[in-house]
Design a protein around this ligand. Sequence first.
Ligand SMILES: NC(=O)c1ccc[n+]([C@@H]2O[C@H](COP(=O)([O-])OP(=O)(O)OC[C@H]3O[C@@H](n4cnc5c(N)ncnc54)[C@H](OP(=O)(O)O)[C@@H]3O)[C@@H](O)[C@H]2O)c1
Length: 400
Amino acid sequence: MTESTKAYDLILHGATSFVGQIMTEYLANYQSESYSWAISGRSESKLLALKNRLGLNIEHFIADAADESSLSAICEQTKVVVSTVGPYALYGEALIKACVTSGTDYCDLTGEPQWIKAMLDKYESQAQTSGARIVHCTGFDSIPSDIGVYSLQKRAIERTGQPAKHVKMRVRKIKGAASGGTIASMMNVLKEAKEDPQLRKALVNPYVLCPSNHGFTVRQKNHKKAEQDKQLKMWTMPFVMAAINERVVHRSNALLDNMYGSEFRYDEAMSAKTASQAWTFTLGLGAFMLGASVSPIRSLLESYVLPKPGEGPSPEEQLNGMFDMRFYANLEDNQKIVIKVEGDRDPGYGSTAKMLAQSALCLAKDVPDLAGGFWTPASALNEALISRLSTHAGVIVSEL
Ligand SMILES: NC(=O)c1ccc[n+]([C@@H]2O[C@H](COP(=O)([O-])OP(=O)(O)OC[C@H]3O[C@@H](n4cnc5c(N)ncnc54)[C@H](OP(=O)(O)O)[C@@H]3O)[C@@H](O)[C@H]2O)c1
C-alpha cells in the first residue's frame, strides 16, 4: 500500500499502557484538525474496555511484540506508528524492523540509549533506503531539551552569526511522578549495563548516538554530584534524564550539519534552593542507583516499593504537575541568552502524552520532504513541532 492509500494517519500501538491511555483520551478530544487514527495492543479485551470507557468509535488492531506479522499488518494500514510498548529494549525491536521494512514512519517514548544505539546500528541504512522516518524520544525525554537547545541556537545564529559554544540546561521546577513502565525501563537499563562492560563504556560516551563520522571531541561535563554553579549563582544536583537528553541533543547537532558547532558543549542538571537540598537529593539518588544495580535489592524495590507496570500518577497529580526548564548561554557578542521551556501538566504522562500525539501528527502531516532515516525531534520536526506544542500541547518555548 502506498503512503497516499494508507487508511490512517496514525495508529497508537500500546494504547492500553498507562501513558497510551492518556494519549488515547487526548486524541479522542483533539478536534483542531482532521486526521484518521486507530489503536492497537496485545489484548483485545483491554482495547475494547478502553474504547468503551472513552465512548470511542474507532478501529482497533491486535498486535503482539512477539508476532512480527501482526506488526507488519498495522504498518500496512498507517503512515505513522506511535509506540508506547516498553521497556523498548525488551519489546521494541520487531516493530522497528516492521517499520523500516515497510517504509512506515514511527515515533516512541524510549529513553533507553543502549537500545537506540542497537537499533541505529542494525536498521539505519535500511530506513534510509525504504524511506521510513524513525523518531525516538518524543516525550519528556527528550523533546524539551532538544527544542530548547535548537531554539536557543537559532536565536544565537540570527543575532551574532554564530551558535553559542556552551549551553547549560537547568530544571528550575518540576512536579510529577514516575509510572511503573518508566521504572521498568530504567531498571532494565541498569540490569543490562551491570551485565555488559562494553555497554557500560558506551553509555558514558556523550556522542554514543551520533553518526560514526561526527568528529566531536570536546569533553562534556557530567553532573554526578551536588555543585555550586558560580556563574549561574545556583546549586545544582544531578538530573536523571540527562543521560538520554544530552545524547539526543548531540545527535541533533550532528544531523543538523553541526548547526551548534563542532566545539559545542552541553550539560543538564537540576537547580537546588540550598546546598543541603542539593546534597540530600544527590546522596539519596546515589543510594537508590546503587541499590537498583544489585539484583536482589532491585527485585525487592520492584516488588514492594516502586510502581508496577500499568500504574502511575493519578489524574489530579497529572493536572497539578508542571515543568520549567531553562537554557543558559553567553553569545559571541557577550550578551546572555535564556530560553525557557515550560509544560502545563506532569512531565512524564500528562505532557508526554500530548507531546507524543503532536509529534506523530507532525510526522504524518508537516514534513513530507524529510528523508528516511533515524532522526531526533529537533532535527526532524523542529519549527513545525514547536508551533504545534505551543498551540495544542501546553509546552511553550520563550525567551526571558
Ligand atoms: N520519554 C518519556 O518521557 C516517557 C514518559 C512516560 C513513559 N515512557 C516510556 O513509555 C513506555 C510505556 O510506559 P507506561 O508507564 O505507559 O508503561 P506500561 O503501563 O507498563 O505499559 C506497557 C505497555 O506495553 C504493552 N506490552 C507489554 N508486553 C507486550 C507485548 N509482548 N506485546 C504488545 N504489547 C506489550 C502492555 O500491554 P497491556 O496494556 O496489554 O499490558 C502495555 O500497553 C515505557 O518504556 C516508559 O519508560 C517514557
